[in-house]
Write a protein that binds this ligand. Sequence first.
Ligand code: GDP
Ligand code: MG
Length: 241
Amino acid sequence: MTDSCIIIPCYNEANRLNILAYKTFQEQNNTFDLLFVNDGSTDKTLSVLNNLISELPNTSILNLEKNSGKAEAIRLAVLQLSENYKYAGYLDADLSTSLSEISRLLSVAKTENKTFVLGSRVKVLGASIKRKFYRHFFGRLVATFIDAFILKLEIYDTQCGAKIIDKTLANAIFKDSFKTKWLFDVELLARTKNLNGKDYCKTNILEVPLNRWHDTEDTRISFLDFLKTPFALFKLYSHYK
Ligand SMILES: Nc1nc2c(ncn2[C@@H]2O[C@H](COP(=O)(O)OP(=O)(O)O)[C@@H](O)[C@H]2O)c(=O)[nH]1
Ligand SMILES: [Mg+2]
């Protein structure tokens, strides 16, 4: 066992999991444990994961019988982690950003003594950030609104699916269920701020630009979820402001 656990939420990922990437990384590095959450998948995700973990060190599965969504799947996983972990983190199963990038975020948290490290998709020369135009566009719109009216912490990218959180802080901010389905990252930040104050956030949260992010073709976010975004934003605003 290592001192950190990275959670990978999986919903119908059987055809999308890059088995080789997980294998190679986990065999060559011993930086963190991996916990895959099978969130009531209706495809072969569970058997694919069972095969994968049987060959790998420090890797396990949390199997949820019923689909409960990314936010709830990660929440349940965090709440059942061993007391011995110092850090918890999460990463999208499609490896839009890589395992070595989440590993880099973890070492930043350790060396710079931060309790919350956010991967950030900033498109600059030298970084390989590839996003679909409309996802970038609407993502930026939502993120800009969120920081200006809800968080007020000068965070550029709240929704990036790569985050590291100190385990004690994680226990506190994952305790209650989330109000929204796809904006739970924002709720984690809002809860941190409400719990510890703005000054704490300024010194303990760090946003780190990623070297790589490639949007994959398919998405589990439906058009209906997209249409519901203004309502979700309003919910966040009235609940956390
Ligand atoms: N646990 C769980 N994970 C989900 C669900 N939907 C999506 N995910 C996971 O959330 C991550 C991001 O999903 P993805 O479709 O790539 O979202 P996008 O990149 O934001 O379009 C992946 O690891 C998915 O397996 C769900 O209903 N439950
Ligand atoms: Mg994706």
